[in-house]
Unconditional design. Structure first.
Length: 262
């Protein structure tokens, strides 16, 4: 087995620590959490800071992730063909639907958000590119699990954990929901990950008509739903967006994978 480089492993551990929980941590906090000597930790932080991966607050002396990581992250996302093909269509979906739009792919037993278009209003919003979401409680995740056998298996491996009191944790109930999603061509969520938040998502297919991701809208339940169900115009807009992206990826026909009845 190939040997690993300890200093790189430690640097990666520092970055992961700064990426989760509190956004700014002091030297002592980082050293004690990782079980490293302060001198070793300071050397790692100083090197990461010189490379732009870590920044130090001049007032508190605490450390946080640096802007260079954002540049590298965007470079990774930019080579993702799905994201590149979806840019125009997701912008159109946000404008027509009036809600924020997310594009997700399967990644490490969850949904990785590879593109996010803000809701077209003046409200304060947080960019969610690069965040992870559960498979079993989100519209994006249900779409991936419904159309992609690998995603379905990883969803079960990850476990159906309760997130809110509306999260479905019964596998038989969830399987029926996924079957219904395949039949109608879209999946939804209603307060299953965040209370008061609903979403609608549809699958994206590649040139081989295989599922490669999902696109959806998300917003307050009172805007996304009407009479206890997703607004038909939003469902239609999401499905049209998914079809358009799929066509750009070469899936000009949807034979072999049902996207539901019209």
């Amino acid at each position: 087995m190939a040997r690993t480089i300890q200093s790189l492993e430690r640097a990666a551990a520092v970055l992961r620590l700064l990426a989760g929980g509190e956004r700014r941590l002091g030297l002592s906090d980082i050293a004690s959490t990782l079980g490293l000597a302060k001198g070793t930790t300071h050397g790692l932080l100083r090197t990461l800071q010189q490379e732009g991966f870590v920044e130090q607050d001049p007032v508190s002396g605490r450390y946080q992730l640096g802007a260079e990581l954002l540049r590298l992250g965007n470079s990774y996302l930019d080579v993702h063909e799905l994201r590149a093909r979806a840019l125009v269509w997701t912008d159109d979906l946000a404008r027509s639907g009036g809600e924020s739009v997310h594009l997700g792919v399967l990644h490490h037993q969850g949904v990785l958000i590879v593109h996010h278009v803000f809701r077209p209003d003046d409200s304060r919003q947080v960019l969610e590119i690069g965040t992870m979401r559960p498979l079993h409680s989100t519209a994006l995740g249900k779409v991936l699990a419904a159309w992609d056998p690998v995603a379905h298996s990883e969803m079960l491996d990850a476990g159906l954990k309760s997130i809110t009191d509306r999260t479905v944790t019964d596998s038989s109930v969830l399987e029926r929901e996924l079957e219904e999603a395949r039949s109608r061509g879209w999946a939804g969520e209603n307060g299953e990950t965040w209370e008061g938040i609903a979403a609608v998502a549809a699958p994206i297919l590649d040139r081989h008509r295989m599922p490669v991701g999902a696109v959806g809208v998300m917003g307050a339940v009172e805007r996304v739903h009407a009479d206890g169900a997703p607004r038909p115009r939003l469902v239609a807009a999401v499905r049209d967006c998914a079809r358009s992206i799929s066509r750009d990826l070469g899936a000009d026909r949807f034979r072999g994978v049902s996207l539901g009845s019209e």
